[in-house]
Write a protein that binds this ligand. Structure first.
Ligand SMILES: C[S@@+](CC[C@H](N)C(=O)[O-])C[C@H]1O[C@@H](n2cnc3c(N)ncnc32)[C@H](O)[C@@H]1O
Length: 195
């Protein structure tokens, strides 16, 4: 039997980037309060967030996508050890190309940051009318607010992409987005009601 603490310790020891505690509790509370039943997650890593979401309530079903085979295999192991095989479906696919169907109450984007906008646009049609899209890492360790925290060219480019994604969310004609300075920065986007 694995425990959440053991999975978290593994993540820390193996440098697997998992959600921060504040971000996880925020989403778990959201799932509980809004009686979310179906979650689609982009970026499973070793299954830590998916397992947390599924543990909120027995009627929560999670589909989660992971392109890295080693992460995927570790996630499968963890999901199995937590006895959640029936409620968490993990797919070893690249979310840029995957063909996913179904309707979800919550889309959680937590994969390659340079692709956030692409993931949002590709998967938003699968989100129910009163559903929600949550994105993590919008503060990117404080660098989005203060780009001088890094001199690395690639990191700066990534930070710039996150900025553009934030602008895209702010100006999106179909979604209203609220930003929370929690964990590594979270956004919650809800569809605007149609007139
Ligand atoms: C930040 S980690 C996810 C952490 C996880 N949500 C958690 O909190 O436990 C991001 C993961 O997204 C995966 N990823 C990146 N790009 C992807 C893509 N295009 N399709 C599927 N997975 C991707 C990475 O391999 C990595 O494991």
């Amino acid at each position: 039997m694995a425990t959440l603490d053991e999975i978290k310790t593994y993540a820390i020891e193996h440098h697997v980037p998992i959600m921060q505690d504040a971000g996880i509790s925020f989403i778990c509370d959201y799932i509980k309060e809004h009686k979310i039943k179906k979650v689609l997650e982009i970026g499973s890593a070793i299954g830590y967030s998916a397992i947390n979401f599924a543990l909120v309530s027995e009627d929560v079903l999670v589909t989660t996508l992971e392109r890295d085979v080693n992460m995927y295999e570790e996630a499968c192991k963890n999901i199995h050890l937590m006895h959640l095989d029936e409620r968490i479906q993990i797919l070893n696919v690249d979310a840029k190309e995957a063909q996913i169907s179904g309707e979800y109450d919550l889309l959680f984007i937590d994969a390659a940051k340079s692709q956030y906008r692409f993931f949002f646009e590709k998967y938003a049609p699968l989100v129910s009318l009163d559903g929600v899209i949550i994105t993590d890492n919008l503060s990117f360790h404080g660098m989005v607010k203060n780009p001088n925290l890094t001199n690395n060219r690639n990191t700066r480019q990534l930070v710039n992409k996150i900025r553009l994604y934030i602008e895209f969310l702010k100006n999106n004609p179909d979604f209203d987005t609220t930003f929370y300075a929690l964990g590594d920065g979270i956004s919650v986007s809800k569809r605007k009601p149609k007139n």
